[in-house]
Design a protein around this ligand. Structure first.
Ligand code: ZN
Length: 430
């Protein structure tokens, strides 16, 4: 269905869209627990209230707080190398870790098994991969393989010349090994030498303590107690401005809610705008939210439309989380609004939509640059994730598409919404 031309025009002419985006970027990288994250949350609460007249509800997210208090890496000749501790990394042993480095290349399961005899007691070196591609191997899986192989430390080399890479180690539980993101030039100096493995010394101190962050919830009621969730995460990493990931998604969500607020009371379903927090730490904010829903509340959510990294390329893809009926629905909405949209069916657990999907709630992630290795999205999690990578037209397109999908979902007939809930695995077993 076509978005009302007046609503579409209001998004096209919305000057607040870029201003909001820049104001969020101005808060810095926004690591959960940092002053920048708290400033951004307060800012978005205020922007959302201004957009809708509705005050944000603060939803508590208890989580395992973590911060690095000191990190250093030195090559065998004593040269210091830039490094960035992965979130949730374990500390190095007291006095630091001096060890040889096994360069695993990409760090596939085959790479790990080929080097299984070399790894115990040494540092595993792998490469960061483009996240938005079929077949990508996630950093946290490589970290787990390194630990299981008995490695004493973990280094991951970024994709961007001269820049470190950030991310979460995905550690759960008290055990772990120290993990640092490094630049590709550093990795190039850590391959095997004529006399054996290269060596490094690595220092990393961390502090861990229970912490609390907050998700923001703005409820715009429709005619029934049924909801379409429009979501985006606010937190990021301290290496850049976390501009594409995910100031872009938050700004687009704000623009969509600003345009739609007056129309939602006429829709069958309400719009629940959720600004998730602690996403970069294993999707924690949305996991807490979904875990707190009763069966009836889950049933009353027709769809989660999650915007994560929606600019940096003009091409948008919907990751439809194993719900086959979502693809044709979304393709229809995009076509009716003259927008291009690719879809990708398998569940990708790379943002907050995954927690909805795992709970049986139809969910999609809108993402830019999927399977586009040269798109600006390749700079995600590096110091180059900055506002200059985002074109205003990309942000407007994402906001317009999100609004169109939200309206179509909020007004869809109950039979149509029921079809979305049929997951691929249900089909397979039928
Ligand atoms: Zn993200």
């Amino acid at each position: 269905m076509r978005l009302d031309p007046g609503l579409a025009a209001s998004i096209e002419s919305d000057t607040a869209l870029m201003a909001d985006f820049e104001a969020i970027c101005d808060c810095g990288g926004r690591l959960a627990g940092s002053a920048g994250e708290r400033r951004a949350l307060k800012l978005v609460a205020e922007l959302g209230r201004k957009a809708t007249g509705i005050a944000a509800r603060y939803h508590s997210v208890p989580y395992d707080g973590w911060k690095a208090t000191r990190a250093a890496l030195r090559l065998a000749d004593g040269t210091p190398a830039a490094c960035y501790p992965l979130v949730f990394s374990a500390p190095a042993p007291a006095g630091g870790l001096a060890a040889e480095v096994v360069d695993l290349g990409r760090g596939t399961p085959a790479d790990f098994s080929r080097h299984s005899a070399d790894l115990p007691g040494r540092v595993a070196l792998v490469r960061h991969e483009l996240m938005f591609a079929a077949g990508t191997i996630h950093r946290s899986r490589k970290y787990r393989m390194a630990r299981e192989a008995g490695a004493a430390g973990f280094l991951i080399a970024g994709p961007l010349a001269g820049a470190v890479v950030a991310g979460s180690a995905g550690r759960s539980g008290p055990d772990g090994i120290p993990a640092l993101g490094i630049a590709p030039e550093t990795a190039a100096r850590l391959g095997p030498t004529s006399t054996g493995f290269a060596a490094v010394s690595l220092d990393l101190d961390t502090a861990e303590a229970p912490a609390e962050a907050f998700n923001l919830i703005f409820d715009l009621p429709g005619q029934y107690d049924e909801w379409v969730v429009l979501s985006a995460h606010i937190d990021g990493h301290e290496v850049g401005e976390s501009a594409m990931d995910n100031a872009s998604g938050v700004a687009a969500v704000l623009a969509a809610m600003r345009a739609l607020a007056g129309a939602v009371p006429g829709f069958r379903r309400g719009l629940r705008v959720m600004i998730f927090n602690v996403e970069e730490w294993a999707l924690t904010g949305s996991a807490r939210y979904v875990a707190g829903l009763s069966a009836a509340e889950r049933e009353n959510i027709a769809l989660d439309i999650n915007l994560d990294s929606v600019a940096g390329s003009p091409r948008l893809t919907a990751l439809t989380s194993g719900f086959p009926a979502l693809g044709p629905f979304l393709a229809g909405v995009a076509a009716a609004n003259g927008l291009a949209l690719a879809t990708h069916l398998p569940l990708m657990q790379n943002s907050d939509h995954a927690n909805f999907a795992l709970a049986g709630i139809p969910a999609l992630r809108l993402v830019a640059g999927f399977d586009e290795p040269d798109a600006n999205l390749r700079h995600l999690l590096t110091p180059a994730d900055t506002r200059d990578k985002v074109a205003p037209a990309e942000l407007r397109r994402a906001a317009r598409l999100a609004a169109a999908i939200a309206v179509a979902a909020a007004t869809a007939a109950p039979e149509e919404a029921a079809r979305w809930r049929i997951a691929e695995r249900d089909r397979a077993s039928n």
